[in-house]
Design a protein around this ligand. Sequence first.
Ligand code: HH2
Length: 288
Amino acid sequence: MSALATDGSAARPLVMGVVNVTPDSFSDGGLFLDPERAIAHGAELVAEGADLLDVGGESTRPGAEAVSAEVELERVGPVVEALAAAGGSAIPVSIDTAKAPVARAALDRGAAIVNDVTALRGDPELAGLCAERGCEVVLMHMQGSPRTMQADPRYDDVVDDVRAYLAERIEAAIAAGIGEDRIWVDPGIGFGKTVEHNLELLRRLDELAELGRPVVIGTSRKRFLGAITGRDVGDRLGATIASNALALAAGADVFRVHDVAAARQALDAAMVMLGRADWRRPRGAAAR
Ligand code: HH2
């Protein structure tokens, strides 16, 4: 199942709702570790207008401890299964993992997309698995690893460096047999980047769109938004929305967010303001 048109373009912005089945995610750790709560949360995000759900069982926040494939799978397995089954009639589920055994089990349970923050560098088995299954793959840029990435991130030119990295990872994915039309790219906001690096990537996102693949962007509630607003992690929705609207204007296609209803409304309205959608036919308009 593809979440995009056959030419790889998104006719409208796709909202990817985050379901973190973890005890330690940076903004919602522990809230949805119980599978029943995670499943209910995913269903709620679908009702709020998500186009995709991204289910993850390992936090990648700076300094996070790695977890084993067994633990990760125990967390995400039942959640993917329930949401992908419900999504048989509704929306595709993405598995946020760098581990082939977790991805395999999630694909077996109905996931349609593999979202890998290591861009297929973390597990040598993952590229072949994705090629074999023909699923969509998100290749994200990260400098270093979650444990160390925020120590002292450096680039010559962050946008040129991220773009070159993603171009190389696209080539590697294609060489492994993954169809180019299955590949999405993501600059990895907050993954080995200073506040300035994140801002520069957002301002020049159009240069990543030139790679010709759908661009995923994940700014939701992240630390750089706290740095520029002085707001705590639970109080960054306004800044998240601003970053999503500007990223949309700069060419982003897929928006990974925790707060789906607000993002959906903002992105649909921004599409009209950008002259890319007709306001006379608002999405989901109440018949009055
Ligand atoms: N950000 C996070 C996790 N996965 N995947 C992509 N493609 N892009 C991102 O920006 C991205 C991602 C971090 O957010 P979250 O999942 O809420 O936190 P944690 O890693 O602490 O679980």
